[in-house]
Design a binder for this molecule. Structure first.
Ligand SMILES: Cc1cc2nc3c(=O)[nH]c(=O)nc-3n(C[C@H](O)[C@H](O)[C@H](O)COP(=O)(O)O)c2cc1C
Length: 220
């Protein structure tokens, strides 16, 4: 088993990480991205074409995948429209082998070099989106925190709510009001689940923050 597999990165299920990169002015950037294992030394991710992350990676050719066990970091990095400005709350340091930053709060991180970016089109229930299938060759792996951390059911509800919220924001931008409302209903279902298993928890409150933001945008 490779070290990437030992960290839980696998071929068929995305690992949610925070991808960190530099823009052309060398300002650090972070965004939530799903990463897959390709082989012992390579990882794969799908980057939407309209993101700063895609721009940074296509220009610099290098990035870091930060493994974090705190779901709050993932959702804040994935929903800048809701939790702005998330970048100010992250603290960055410079990676060792690539020209990219990493997060000081990461439990572990993978430094990688882009080997390939293939343009593809996704056609799903919110319409067409351009994305780039991106392959990275891992140059360095650092483990910063080996404290065990349990999985919580409410963490799952929060992460899934954030993925649905990211999709709802795209649906709204594409003018798909009905789809937007369906996605908000799905998040409400997870809110109820989370409030039942983890009432008044930080996780449940973050799902409420997501819903409060989206409810305000329903008719925009
Ligand atoms: C849990 C989660 C996973 C995400 N996974 C991806 C992904 O795999 N690819 C992607 O392009 N965006 C993904 N996103 C959306 C980006 O994180 C989001 O659009 C972010 O704002 C990136 O844009 P930026 O680089 O322009 O800041 C995800 C969002 C969340 C909440």
């Amino acid at each position: 088993m490779s070290i990437l597999q030992k960290m839980g990165i696998s071929k068929n299920s995305p690992s949610e990480v925070l991808l960190t990169s530099f823009n052309s002015k060398k300002d650090p950037h972070a965004a939530a991205v799903g990463v897959y294992l390709l082989n012992e030394k390579k990882v794969k991710m799908n980057l939407f074409g309209d993101t700063q992350t895609y721009k940074n990676l296509s220009n610099s050719g290098e990035a870091v995948a930060n493994i974090v066990s705190d779901p709050e970091l993932i959702i804040k990095g994935g929903l800048p429209d809701i939790f702005s400005p998330p970048l100010k709350t992250f603290s960055f340091e410079t990676a060792k082998k690539v020209n990219a930053p990493y997060l000081s709060k990461a439990d572990a991180f993978l430094e990688f070099e882009i080997k390939e970016m293939k343009e593809k089109t996704l056609n799903d229930d919110i319409g067409f989106s351009k994305y780039f299938e991106t392959i990275g060759s891992v140059k360095n792996i650092e483990i910063l925190n080996d404290n065990p951390h349990t999985l919580k059911r409410s963490d799952f509800y929060l992460i899934e709510s954030s993925v649905l919220a990211s999709k709802a924001i795209s649906a709204r931008k594409k003018g798909k009001k009905e789809k937007f409302n369906d996605l908000v209903d799905e998040i409400s279902f997870f809110k109820q689940k989370s409030q039942k298993i983890a009432p008044k928890s930080r996780t449940s409150n973050l799902i409420l923050d997501i819903l409060d933001h989206l409810d305000g945008k329903i008719n925009e």
